[in-house]
Write a protein that binds this ligand. Structure first.
Ligand code: ARG
Length: 460
């Protein structure tokens, strides 16, 4: 007799290569905790409806808990010939408690079992991801509050555009992360339906209570359709797509950190503990952490495409293709958690060189729009004002002078509408303070936006 739980109808052993090729235990053993929890709920349900006796349930419960302990302490022997985490654990249960172990799989298939396990696993990991994401957001809000009135150049096309406050810039990243948080949250709500009872694909003939097993596992309800339950992995694709967006945001943010730590920008300093050196150039301090995170988006995007392609064209219901969902899902989760941890640790430790950022804002005629707006207030149509200021910028470039460094007489050569009060709008502080509306860069607005952001994080 074969040791395969499905060996009955086979007349020769599995080819050794095929055995290794089709096995998933090397990676899906990571699901053991959730597999055991799923089995406990299934067994409790079978007892409730009278398929198992109370004594049988007790044996199954203690057997599964012993197995959990064996796996935890590392003494459990995983066997490739038992293919996956599910059959390894079930076979061990039968070793331990005998015939009752063979009853656990009544009214169940590995198809609804694995669909349950992976949902439980992703659900737990989403909680951890969002916890770390919240910690990062806390750090960003803290940094934004600290640097609410620090002036830096805002950029479009990476060319100096208008002055902004450093805090405002940080809160822009926080808004993106806020949406990432809600996407992960949303994903965990939609996946929270219990596939148990779908069995292989069509349901089962036992008088099962699907609401009960769903409730025991903390699902909102049983899934509605047995064929759908065992076949779709859209929740994994949602996780991947939310993760890709998060990683896209982190990679953009990382690009800025890399630029800003360069000798050419010098906007910020990263503490040494987040950087590494060069084996040849003694002076180097490289921003490896943001660089690596900028690169990690590649593997997460790759996994998103893997999962979409894996799902594409699969007919109903379960197909072995779906075994290929695990490695991408696991790697996405590991990658996202590591990147978030690195970021959450690093962000509060950033120091800003405010003299440098101020000087940079000074250099690029960043208050040119303010001068145009000033002329509009004096009665010029905006297009004419734009033209006047353009000419004064050209003059400034030739004379190597910022607008605020020109004398009143110099400025009045471009428009007689300019008078002494112009200098109030040409200063960097005047420029940012004037943008004092919700969503604007004024320090006052940054402080209240940071407060609102903090409240949102605290009320999760
Ligand atoms: N290891 C399989 C997976 O990950 C478990 C389900 C297998 N079911 C089956 N009938 N082959 O998808």
């Amino acid at each position: 007799a074969s040791i395969k739980p499905w060996g009955g109808r086979f007349s020769e052993p599995t080819d050794q290569f095929v055995e290794r090729f089709t096995a998933s235990v090397s990676f899906d053993q990571r699901l053991y905790h959730h597999d055991i929890n799923g089995s406990l709920a299934h067994a409790a349900m079978l007892e409730k409806v009278g398929v198992l006796t109370a004594a049988e349930l007790k044996d199954i419960q203690s057997g599964l808990e012993e197995i959990r302990a064996e796996i935890l302490e590392g003494s459990f022997e995983w066997s490739v010939s038992l293919e996956d985490v599910h059959m390894n654990i079930e076979a061990r249960l039968t070793d331990k408690i005998g015939i009752t172990g063979k009853k656990l799989h009544t009214g169940r298939s590995r198809n609804d079992q694995v669909a349950t396990d992976i949902r439980l696993y992703v659900r737990d990991e989403l909680v951890l991801i969002n916890k770390e994401l919240s910690r990062l957001q806390q750090g960003l809000v803290e940094l934004a509050t600290r640097e609410a009135s620090t002036i830096m150049p805002g950029f479009t096309h990476l060319q100096t555009a208008q002055p902004v406050t450093f805090g405002h810039h940080m809160l822009a990243w926080n808004e993106m992360l806020e949406r990432d948080y809600s996407r992960f949250q949303d994903c965990s709500v939609r996946l929270n339906q219990c596939p148990l009872g779908a069995a292989a694909l069509a349901g089962t003939t036992y008088p099962i209570d699907r609401h009960y097993s769903a409730e025991l596992l903390g699902f909102d309800r049983p899934t509605e359709n047995s064929l759908d339950s065992v076949s779709d992995r859209d929740f994994a694709i949602e996780l991947a797509s939310a993760a890709s967006l998060l990683m896209t945001h982190l990679s953009r943010f990382s690009e800025e950190l890399v630029l800003w730590t360069s000798a050419q920008f010098k906007f910020i300093e990263l503490p040494d503990r987040f950087c590494t050196g060069s084996s040849i150039m003694p002076q180097k301090k490289n921003p490896d952490v943001p660089e690596l995170i900028r690169g990690k988006v590649g593997r997460v995007n790759g996994h998103l495409i893997s999962l979409l392609t894996l799902m594409k064209s699969q007919p109903l219901a379960y197909n072995k293709d779906n075994q290929e969902d695990k490695e991408p899902v696991f790697d996405i989760i590991d990658t996202v958690k590591d990147c978030l941890k690195a970021y959450a640790d690093m962000i509060p430790a950033i120091t800003v060189n405010e003299d440098v950022t101020r000087e940079a804002a000074m250099r690029g005629f960043s208050t040119a729009t303010d001068l145009a707006d000033y002329l509009v207030r004096k009665g010029l149509p905006f297009r004419d004002a734009h033209e006047v200021v353009g000419k004064s910028v050209a003059y400034g470039i030739a004379e190597n002078k910022d607008l605020s460094e020109m004398t009143l007489d110099e400025l009045r050569t471009f428009s007689s509408d300019i008078s002494a009060d112009v200098f109030d709008v040409l200063t960097l502080e005047g420029s940012v303070n004037a943008r004092n509306h919700i969503g604007g860069t004024a320090p006052e607005q940054v402080l209240s936006a940071a407060k609102r952001a903090e409240n949102r994080i605290n009320n999760r």
